[in-house]
Design a protein around this ligand. Structure first.
Ligand code: GAL
Length: 440
């Protein structure tokens, strides 16, 4: 891990530049041969479809309640179809959310020409360093007509940042949610639906605080603060301004950026006392056990409510962040085929499986996300996700996020994350605004 964190962007570019050729050689090895079991079928498995030496290794960060179960359901479905894939190594090098440490692990493995079979990655801009380095296989052949017909066009576009399909998205999360504990809210006498904008939310936090609850359950990890700032920005200043921000068209946005940061500083008074030491799911556990009233989070939080057996609307509920009604801020996950691949056939089979109705029907109801295929039966999705599907269909804007990789190129993302890492130390809205304007 230490060595990974020492990889600089420069060395990554240099190393992956060098790897470009190796990656391409590996690619032909993968799709045309590269079989290490000697039977020539390219699967690393012997001729009767039994596992060869290479296990199927998947790297992800799904450790929280709901996320773990969703991945298990996906892997169970995969095994039900491809039963010979018995040895599955499932590595989660970055518990705590949002994959902050996964990139470094993957980059290091790729530089060592020892990538895992597949890894979790946000489709869109996050794929670019890997496509630039030519270390991801073109998996257009795996995208059957059935998949191409069924997937939302915008999702397919994100899976092919350079034109070639290189990933298989499996879910669509929403980020601009404000979840709450129904009992706490009722006791305090707050009507969330009546909260008109993010500034008014302060009164609700205050009321919860006065009644002895934490107003806003929060981890102060930089990604989580950034994602909340992004939702609040839309809530305060609308989607057009936010999209200008994503385009780095910052002229005229300075006041809006500062005002949104100032609001985060105002919210801070109502954060969990242990915000600096807890992860997002530990913050969400405070909403679950009723010690906190609200949490801003992606709807992976709903996966945790499901895992805790809480009833939607009776025990927990949500509103879009006030001011963001009609907006569906999207976060997606996908899987890829890195090169040279240790288990090419199994990896291809896994990616093909992720693109099926069966996979998306098993995974998403548990994960708290909706499927990127448009033809997945929705009966098992439960009332919360039915509501999210309705909101998605009715949404007037579906902007991406920087905190979860699709909104900015990776360099811009890491600059903004670094700025937010300092913000959560000094809580200085003015200085943070200046850095954003100067450095983005
Ligand atoms: C996101 C990811 C989600 C969820 C969340 C919290 O980046 O796309 O699937 O895992 O982090 O960890």
């Amino acid at each position: 891990m230490t060595r990974n964190s020492e990889i600089t962007r420069r060395s990554w570019i240099k190393a992956t530049g060098a790897l470009g050729t190796a990656g391409l050689t590996g690619l032909s090895g993968c799709l045309g041969g590269g079989d290490d079991d000697g039977d020539g079928d390219g699967d690393g498995a012997d001729g009767d479809g039994q596992p060869g030496e290479n296990a199927f290794e998947i790297i992800h960060w799904w450790t929280a309640g709901g996320e773990r179960e969703a991945l298990d359901a996906l892997l169970d479905g995969f095994l039900a179809e491809y039963g010979y894939a018995k040895e599955i190594i499932d590595d989660n090098p970055a518990p705590g959310g949002a994959g902050s440490a996964v990139d470094a692990v993957i980059q290091s493995r790729i530089i060592d020409e020892d990538p895992p079979s597949t890894f979790q990655i946000w489709p869109g801009e996050s794929l670019r360093p890997y496509t630039d380095a030519a270390v991801l296989a073109d998996i257009g052949d795996l995208w059957t007509d059935d998949m191409r017909d069924a997937y939302l066009d915008g999702v397919m576009d994100l899976a092919s940042p350079e034109g070639n399909l290189v990933s298989v998205p499996i879910n669509i999360h929403r980020m601009n949610n404000l979840f709450y504990n129904v009992e706490v809210i009722d006791e305090v006498g707050i009507d969330p639906e009546a909260i008109a904008d993010p500034v008014e939310l302060l009164d609700a936090f205050e009321a919860a605080d006065t009644a002895g609850s934490t107003g806003l359950a929060k981890t102060s990890q930089a990604w989580s603060m950034l994602q909340m700032w992004e939702s609040l920005y839309i809530g305060l200043h609308g989607v057009d301004g936010y999209e200008s921000f994503l385009d780095r068209d910052l002229g005229g946005l300075e006041d809006d950026i500062r005002e949104t940061l100032e609001l985060v500083v105002d919210y801070r008074e109502f954060f969990s006392e242990d915000a600096s030491s807890i992860a997002w799911d530990e913050a969400n556990a405070q909403v679950i056990d009723g010690s906190a009233a609200f949490i801003h989070q992606g709807d992976w939080a709903a996966g945790q409510y499901g895992a805790a057996d809480l009833e939607y609307q009776d025990e927990w509920d949500f509103i879009p962040v006030p001011g963001t009604e009609g907006v569906y801020q999207v976060v997606m996950d996908s899987f890829v085929l890195p090169e040279p691949n240790p288990s090419p056939q199994l990896t291809e089979e896994f990616l093909s499986y992720c693109g099926t109705i069966d996979a998306q029907e098993r995974f998403n109801p548990i994960k708290g996300s909706i499927p990127p295929r448009t033809d997945v039966p929705t009966d098992d999705f439960g009332p919360f996700l039915q509501d999210q599907m309705d909101d998605f269909a009715a949404s007037t804007a579906q902007p991406p996020t920087v905190a979860h990789g699709s909104g900015f190129d990776p360099e811009g993302k890491s600059t903004l994350e670094e700025i937010f890492s300092q913000f959560i130390e000094n809580w200085d809205a003015e200085q943070t605004t200046n850095r954003i304007i100067d450095e983005l």
